[in-house]
Design a protein around this ligand. Sequence first.
Ligand code: NAD
Ligand code: LMR
Ligand code: MG
Length: 562
Amino acid sequence: MGDKKRPLYLPYAGPAILEAPLINKGTAFTEEERIFFNLEGLLPQVIETIEEQASRAYAQYSRFDSDVNKHIFLRNIQDTNETLFYRLVQNHITEMMPIIYTPTVGSACEQFSKNYRRNRGLFISYPNRERISDILNNSTRHKVKVIVITDGERILGLGDQGIGGMGIPIGKLALYTSCGGISPAHTLPITLDVGTDNQQLLDDPMYMGWRHPRIAGDEYAEFIEDFMSAVKERWPEALIQFEDFAQKNAMPLLERYKDKYCCFNDDIQGTAAVTVGSLLAACKAAGTKLSEQRITFVGAGSAGCGIAEAIVAQMESEGISESEARSRVFMVDRWGLLLDSMPNLLPFQQKLAQHTGITKDWNGAGENVSLIDVITHAKPTVLIGVSGAPGLFTEDVIKTMHQHCERPIVFPLSNPTSRVEATPQNILKWTNGQALVATGSPFKPVVLGDKTFEIAQCNNSYIFPGIGLGVIAVKSKRVTDAMLMASSRALAECSPLAQEGEGQLLPSLEKIHEVSKKIAFAVAKAAIEDGVARPITDEHILRSIEKSFWQPEYRSYKRTSF
Ligand SMILES: NC(=O)c1ccc[n+]([C@@H]2O[C@H](COP(=O)([O-])OP(=O)(O)OC[C@H]3O[C@@H](n4cnc5c(N)ncnc54)[C@H](O)[C@@H]3O)[C@@H](O)[C@H]2O)c1
Ligand SMILES: O=C(O)C[C@H](O)C(=O)O
Ligand SMILES: [Mg+2]
């Protein structure tokens, strides 16, 4: 919403102002504004500050006893007064992030139709495919700079949620604003409704999406293509974030569009960036290098393979060869360790498959090499879970890993909480407090004996707000690999553990604005170096970041002449 000192000129008056969430100030409208905008009598007499409003809202919030009800309450404030919503979240970021985002957003997606209240963002359904441009023109936002889209097919580890997936773009964009300072006026959540294969939803009379099996193949590809070109025409500079697409579509869409549009896939690239950043910080604290680690993944999907490729790139940048880097990465999926002799591997999995020969000396390992075989023989120092399948890091797996590695790094990254591969409590118990643990969903600190372990949340939410801010600051035309790598390194530099040798692996959420600005600066510089943004000085980048950084403060309004 631009320079907050300047008044905003509104071309309309009356109750419509109270219905516009980007404009509404509720009881904070001044006496003068109430007179000019015909609001007298529509509000109680009192004139409040945003802080007074926020403390009332917080008291109301605190009276809800379930997280989903808290989520619904906050979403309602967001839909009626966005400035107040963001002030409230800013005042209580650590407490409220798990409510507006992971893990509660998972339940919000599952119950989306049941709890639906008001419109937000855009639903673009396959039956309306001829009118995509018209639909974009119906958006209540006109200067869109960041779009998050999903088709709802792989919502966290919860599978196909149909249009219920809309909770995810809404939640991600709430973080773009509260963590990355992108004005809510510049954000747009979009759900592409291509049907659902979730029978429960199809059978549910409350379900609000297109009651049809998912379209696929050429029809799906053409629909996405039409959508992408319509967006390009409407908002040529907007950053598009692909979110929670199923494995079969995520990588192909990224490959198709990454060199043509300003876009990225958060599950592949954002997750890779936050994980590499966290590993770099962990290695720095331990006085080692990432290229010295042996890494095992459970889940060779979008996130797993995305992280693995980013690790390979980082290892190469540390001076080892690509083949040496790849030999250090072991991908385990449903059918065991990925081996180059396996038929039916997807192209992005083939690149990460190990040579079948390596297992010939692995006594006891059968044709399908299990996770425990890999742990026993490959002796990883890092174990990453991105399977969406709970409980895969068993006591046996963790204890066997610990036999070969004094300080194992264990990241069960699957979301939401119900999908975690092992709880931090168990991992720390099974390793006598020696493991370094980070999770995808937030966990409370673990107390073991007289020691308390804070659990870092290794979630792409540390990365994408800063990427968006950096892209916007220099009007980058693309999101390149170098920009993503820069974001990882910038995050690692913010790690208290890496910097001070103690404390948390990742900075606390209270510092998220500072972190996002540092990431944005690194991303913007990399964009310029890669030739996808016009060259400007470092000072200019910093100024542009500060200028773009929106704060939840009310502006004064003046009336344009009618
Ligand atoms: N922390 C984060 O920031 C973050 C980011 C992205 C994804 N994730 C989480 O990671 C999970 C996976 O996401 P994705 O996009 O990679 O999904 P995906 O569907 O592309 O990949 C999941 C993979 O796990 C495999 N898998 C399932 N059950 C398994 C089992 N029992 N043993 C071994 N492999 C198994 C599947 O076959 C698939 O290849 C989800 O739970 C998601 O919430 C977390
Ligand atoms: O949404 C999250 O919390 C992270 C990630 O994008 C996921 O899909 O799990
Ligand atoms: Mg996601």
